[in-house]
Design a binder for this molecule. Structure first.
Ligand SMILES: Nc1nc2c(ncn2[C@@H]2O[C@H](COP(=O)(O)OP(=O)(O)OP(=O)(O)O)[C@@H](O)[C@H]2O)c(=O)[nH]1
Ligand SMILES: [Mg+2]
Length: 285
C-alpha cells in the first residue's frame, strides 16, 4: 500500500470520495411517486477498468430497466479512478440517462468498500430492492426481472443468482477456474454452515433494503471478495430467508480479473473466522 493509500484508508468511508455525479432530480422522483406508486430499485455496479464492458452493459441494463413499468430504477456506479477512463464514460452515461449516480473515488479501495458506499447511496434515494452485480458482463441484465419476480413472490430477504443450482451454470471457464470456484464454494458452504445455499460466492444478488439494514452492512469489515461471504453469513445469523434463481455466468471477454491470490487468502481467512465463531456459539464458549 502506498503512503497515499494509507492516508485515504485512515479517512472514514464517506470522506474517501473524489466526487459524486448525480443528475437525478429528487424533486421529480418525489412528485412522480405521488401519481404512480412505483417501487424503487437500485443496481450497484462496482467498476475498476471496465471501459469496454460498461459501454455494452449500461445500454443493455437501461433497456431492461425501462421495460420494468412497475419499478423506478437507478444505477449506482462506484468507480475507483480506473486508469482506462471507465469513470468518465460512466459520467457520460449519467448525463444521457437520468437515473445514474456515479461515485468516483481516488483509488482502488476494494470491492467490499465499493459496495458499502453504493448501498448507502442506494438507500439514500429510497431504493427498496438493491442489487449487487459485476460490471464485466459476466452477470447478464436479462436476469433482473427473474430476481424481482422471485423476491416479490417467495418472501426472501435475499435472492442469489446461482451457478450451482438446477439449470445454473458457467460458460467459458477453463477447468482450473471451475475447480477454484467449486472449491471456494464448497469450503464456504461447510465453514459458514450454509449447506442449503448452492452458490455462496456468487456476486449477483438482490437484497431487500431492510435485509441490508438488519445485517448492519456498514459494519461488515471485509473489503475484498470476502465481503460477499460475510454478507451472506450475517443474513444467515439473522435467519433471513434466502432463495436462489439459476443464472448462466459468462466468462469476461474484455478487461482483466481483479481476483488475485490475496483475495482468495482473504476469503479463506474470513471463512475460517466464521467457522470458529460458529463453534464458540455452539458450545457457548
Ligand atoms: N470500484 C471497485 N470495483 C472493483 C474493485 N475490485 C473489483 N471491482 C469490480 O468488481 C467486479 C468483480 O470483479 P472481477 O474482477 O470481475 O472479479 P470476478 O468476477 O471474481 O473475476 P472474473 O470472473 O475473472 O472476472 C467487477 O465489476 C470489477 O470491476 C475495487 O477495488 N473497486
Ligand atoms: Mg468478473
Amino acid at each position: 500500500m502506498t503512503t497515499i493509500s494509507k492516508a485515504i484508508y485512515a479517512l472514514p468511508e464517506d470522506k474517501r470520495l473524489i466526487k459524486i455525479f448525480s443528475p437525478i432530480n429528487h424533486q421529480f422522483i418525489e412528485n412522480s411517486a405521488q401519481h404512480i406508486e412505483r417501487e424503487k430499485i437500485a443496481i450497484v455496479l462496482p467498476t475498476y477498468n471496465e471501459r469496454e464492458n460498461i459501454i455494452t452493459l449500461i445500454p443493455e441494463l437501461e433497456k431492461i430497466l425501462d421495460a420494468l413499468l412497475d419499478y423506478e430504477s437507478f444505477l449506482m456506479i462506484v468507480d475507483d479512478n480506473s486508469k482506462d477512463g471507465t469513470g468518465d464514460i460512466a459520467v457520460r452515461f449519467a448525463r444521457e440517462y437520468k437515473n445514474i449516480v456515479v461515485i468516483r473515488r481516488p483509488e482502488k479501495l476494494g470491492l467490499g468498500s465499493a459496495y458499502r458506499i453504493g448501498f448507502k447511496h442506494a438507500i439514500a434515494i429510497g431504493a427498496e430492492i438493491i442489487f449487487m452485480m459485476d460490471s464485466d458482463l459476466s452477470h447478464r441484465p436479462t436476469y433482473i426481472p427473474n430476481f424481482l419476480t422471485c423476491i416479490k413472490k417467495c418472501g426472501a430477504g435475499l435472492v442469489i443468482g446461482s451457478r450451482y443450482c438446477k439449470d445454473g451454470s458457467t460458460n467459458g471457464w477453463p477447468l482450473k477456474r471451475k475447480m477454484m470456484s467449486f472449491g471456494a464454494n464448497f469450503i464456504a458452504r461447510i465453514l459458514l454452515g450454509m449447506g442449503h445455499v448452492h452458490d455462496t460466492t456468487s456476486g449477483f444478488r438482490a437484497f431487500r433494503t431492510d435485509t441490508l439494514e438488519k445485517i448492519d452492512y456498514n459494519t461488515v469489515i471485509s473489503n475484498g471478495y470476502s465481503f460477499l461471504g460475510e454478507l451472506l453469513f450475517r443474513v444467515k445469523q439473522q435467519k433471513i430467508p434466502v432463495k436462489e434463481i439459476p443464472i448462466i455466468f459468462y466468462e469476461r471477454e474484455h478487461g482483466s480479473s481483479k481476483l488475485g491470490k490475496n483475495e482468495i487468502k482473504g476469503f479463506l481467512m474470513f471463512a475460517t473466522r466464521a467457522f470458529f465463531h460458529r463453534l464458540t456459539k455452539l458450545f457457548h464458549l
